[in-house]
Design a protein around this ligand. Structure first.
Ligand code: FMN
Length: 150
């Protein structure tokens, strides 16, 4: 049975840097700053209020490239092949496959190169793990990470 970490959260305004980088993200607050899910980058799925599910490359952590170790932990989902505005929407995020750890990159270009690799990996993983097979998320409180097996 595949295991997922599931998080529910309302999309907040980020620094808008994701748009500048060319990779906009839906930012969700994490209530648990210590973290039952470790910092890292994941392939997974995002469930929208309308019931649709969108493949995503997801970052959990403190954005060490920009904030050192002092940033607050948040979840940022880059939805693949997606452009609509998600601010204020409550999303469910399934973290399916851990791709790598968070890294402090020397430049925005290095981060962009990593993001392209993450997106390719997330695209492949979600193709192999379709949304129809996702476990029910259950009643997760906003910002709390739950482990769910499907
Ligand atoms: C798939 C993915 C992987 C990421 N990996 C890292 C990382 O390794 N190091 C880092 O500092 N930030 C990482 N980020 C976060 C970016 O720094 C962040 O999305 C960007 O600064 C935009 O922030 P904003 O949404 O607040 O504008 C990642 C984001 C995504 C979507």
């Amino acid at each position: 049975m595949p295991e997922y970490f599931v998080v529910r959260g309302t999309v907040e305004h980020g620094d808008e840097r994701g748009r500048e980088l060319g990779f906009p993200t839906a930012n969700l607050a994490l209530g648990d700053q210590a973290g039952s899910v470790g910092d890292g980058v994941w392939a997974g799925w995002v469930g929208r209020e309308d019931g649709s599910r969108v493949p995503a490359a997801i970052s959990v952590g403190r954005r060490p490239t920009y904030y050192g170790a002092d940033g607050y932990r948040l979840l940022e989902a880059h939805l693949l092949d997606f452009t609509a505005d998600l601010y204020g929407e409550t999303l469910v995020v399934w973290l399916g496959s851990h791709l790598r750890d968070q890294q402090a990159y020397a430049s925005a270009e290095d981060l962009i190169t990593a993001l392209k690799n993450d997106i390719a990996a997330a695209s492949q993983w979600t193709a192999e793990h379709p949304a129809a097979a996702l476990p029910a998320p259950g009643e997760t409180p906003l910002g709390e990470v739950r482990r769910v097996s499907g």
